[in-house]
Design a binder for this molecule. Structure first.
Ligand SMILES: *Cc1c(COP(=O)(O)O)cnc(C)c1O
Length: 344
């Protein structure tokens, strides 16, 4: 009933496996499950960022990446760093403006899209953008972490590459880090595996096993979390201390802007009892954080924005806890508002 956790750094010569950096039967089972869900060949990595780094490394030396202004801040930081080093040129365009993207594509190597975006939840219309990339001979990539393959299948919409932080919904229990890249093209899949074999950003087999276990309930977790998110959005839209609700209409991440300043928003995070104040998302436990507590977060993200990751708890319990935390707290309860340097 259960796949084995294969703990072996090396394998007897002459068999199917050779060495633990080239392959492992437990990852391969995880990869075949994700590949089946997305409709392509999956390669797994030690983290979402390792997967993103591997994909960006496909860009030839001095190549060009077309990307939107908003995405997971680690992706933005990596693009900025590659640009600073002269490794790539980045053309930044608004991905909701199809004409602008089409104008930026000629001569580019990669189109990087994230939808919905972390944490502003911007959604782009994937099919026309992906078709334009294909027509221009540009490899298109979609970071589909927030949507999961249950709500969005970019390869079917014409993407060349799909990326996930499997740390989030795919594994779903806040107990591991993993990343995965899924492609349809066999040559691209071969290049990714060869790159991983050489660079070594491999997942652990225990992590792959846990991720597989988590994926067995992906549909149930998403169903519950999404239904609760929709219900909470309805109630939050009428809350007197919430000035704006960002929700794309699907998924289980909701961002809200809280009346007041950074300190008042931060105080909400310190006042919840059921919602966990933490970074990361996509677990069975509901969590929240003020994104601008991280220095690396995009300045377009309001200081008062809280990103909520809705889990699978009772929705009325979640509402009661959030509703009472939104009531103004005595000052000093929210913890420090000083920005730290990294967050997910
Ligand atoms: C968390 C996240 C990542 C990075 O994944 P890690 O597993 O933390 O390395 C990339 N993209 C998105 C959209 C994310 O939310």
């Amino acid at each position: 009933m259960n796949p084995p956790i294969v703990l072996s750094s090396t394998f007897h010569a002459g068999g199917e496996m050779a060495y633990g950096r080239y392959g492992n039967p437990t990852w391969e089972m995880f990869e075949s499950a994700v590949g089946a869900l997305e409709g392509g060949a999956a390669t797994s990595y030690a983290s979402g960022m390792a997967a993103i780094a591997a994909v960006l490394d496909l860009v030839p030396e001095g190549g060009t990446v077309v990307a939107g202004p908003h995405a997971y801040h680690g992706t933005l930081a990596m693009l900025a760093q590659l640009e600073e080093r002269g490794r790539v040129t980045v053309r930044r365009v608004d991905p909701t403006d199809l004409d602008a993207v089409v104008a930026a594509l000629p001569g580019a190597d990669l189109l990087w899209l994230e939808s919905p975006t972390n944490p502003l939840l911007h959604v782009v219309d994937l099919p026309p953008l992906l078709a334009a990339a294909r027509e221009a001979g540009v490899v298109s990539v979609v970071d589909s972490t927030f949507a999961t393959p249950l709500l969005q299948r970019p390869l079917e919409d014409g993407a060349a590459v799909v990326v996930h932080s499997a740390t989030k919904y795919l594994s779903g229990h806040s107990d591991l880090l993993m990343g995965v890249v899924v492609v349809r093209d066999a040559e691209l899949a071969r290049r990714l595996v060869a790159h991983r074999s050489l660079h070594g950003a491999i997942p652990g087999s225990v992590e792959a096993w846990l991720a597989l276990r988590g994926m067995r309930t992906l549909h149930l977790r998403m169903e519950r979390a999404q239904a609760s998110a929709a219900e909470l959005v309805k109630r939050l839209r009428g809350h007197r201390r919430v000035t704006r609700v960002h929700y794309p209409g699907f998924g289980a991440i909701v961002s809200i802007e809280v009346e007041g300043d950074a300190a008042t928003a931060q105080a909400v995070c310190g006042a919840t009892r059921l919602w966990v104040h933490t970074t990361s998302l996509g677990g069975v436990e509901s969590s929240l954080e003020r994104r601008r507590r991280w220095a690396g977060e995009h300045p377009d993200v309001p200081e008062t924005l809280l990103r909520l990751s809705v889990g699978i708890e009772d929705v009325d319990d979640l509402w009661r806890d959030l509703d009472s935390a939104l009531e103004p707290a005595p000052s000093g309860e929210g913890g420090p508002v000083a920005a730290a340097s990294y967050g997910v």
